[in-house]
Design a protein around this ligand. Structure first.
Ligand code: AKG
Ligand code: FE2
Length: 270
């Protein structure tokens, strides 16, 4: 059992549902991150799925109680690590990757798979950070044309401190950006799968807190979209929340978040 203190709370779950990603720094020691970085630098080939044989210290990233707490919160206590994993070496002089989803663009609105991207070194703007478009895990991705898209208005660059992890929904649109620095940027990507449908929340759920923050799902716009798309997005967020909670009903009044107030009338107008 994971201690409650390592689990996410309702607000953090709402934020993950809305954004489709979260950045977390478990604060590993500088030596720990450095060991992994040095071992990555010393690799002669990319071992692909066998990276744990070359750098077994990576097991400690995913075995950290805070990291396990996040994965359990998102995927339930029966989640498992997938056998596919990869060390992404973004070399100096690289060009940006095209936008893509790692997921299969299946039509579901659950958190079935989470990507965990661990960065052993500080990643600056110039070092080819991973770019993410928040909220796109809910979009029907035109996956054949995604590669022709350029910059998105609301894209976020994963510039992070050494040892940080970005957790992402499998369907979110993302891309490695160009590395214009003189250092190789490393990122270790692992996949985690949900194995059971939730019967109850797997995070530190508190109904009073959840009611307080539920409005975030209905009011937060993270990715520029037409109004009709925003309605769809809000609907899908609620669907995801229902799936993650196992369908528990909160005592909420939707009217409180039902929309904008009308502008004040100018009574002097004829
Ligand atoms: O290296 C990165 O920042 C992202 C790599 C990636 O998304 C991929 O190759 O699937
Ligand atoms: Fe990817």
């Amino acid at each position: 059992m994971i201690d409650n203190k390592f689990l996410l709370d309702d607000k953090q779950i709402f934020e993950f549902i809305i954004n489709g990603y979260m950045i977390f720094n478990p604060k590993f020691s500088a030596d720990f991150n450095k060991t992994i970085l040095q071992k990555a630098d010393a690799l002669e080939t990319n071992p692909g799925d066998n990276i744990l044989d070359e750098i077994p210290e990576l097991n400690n990233v995913w075995g950290n109680p805070k990291v396990k707490g996040i994965l359990q919160s998102l995927l339930g206590s029966t989640y498992t690590m997938n056998s596919h994993r990869h060390c992404h070496m973004n070399e100096p002089g690289s060009v940006s990757q095209t936008w893509h989803q790692d997921g299969l663009n299946e039509r579901h609105h659950e958190v079935k798979t989470v990507l965990g991207m661990y960065y052993p070194q500080k990643v600056t703007n110039k070092m080819g950070p991973t770019a993410i478009v928040p909220g796109t895990h809910f979009r029907n991705a035109p996956s054949d044309r995604l590669a022709t898209y350029g910059n998105f208005k609301d894209q976020v660059l994963g510039t992070v401190e050494a040892g940080s992890i970005i957790f992402l929904h499998y369907d979110i649109w993302h891309a490695a950006t160009s590395n214009t620095s003189n250092k190789t940027r490393y990122m270790f990507k692992f996949l985690f799968n949900k194995n059971n449908q939730a019967k109850s929340p797997s995070w530190h759920h508190n109904p009073t807190e959840a009611v307080k923050h539920f409005g975030l799902l209905l009011t937060t716009q993270v990715c520029k979209s037409a109004q009709s798309d925003f309605y769809k997005e809000k609907f899908l967020r609620e669907k995801m929340w229902d799936n993650m909670t196992g369908g528990i009903k909160l005592n909420i009044s939707r009217d409180a978040w039902s929309g904008k107030k009308r502008p004040k009338k100018n009574t002097n107008m004829m």
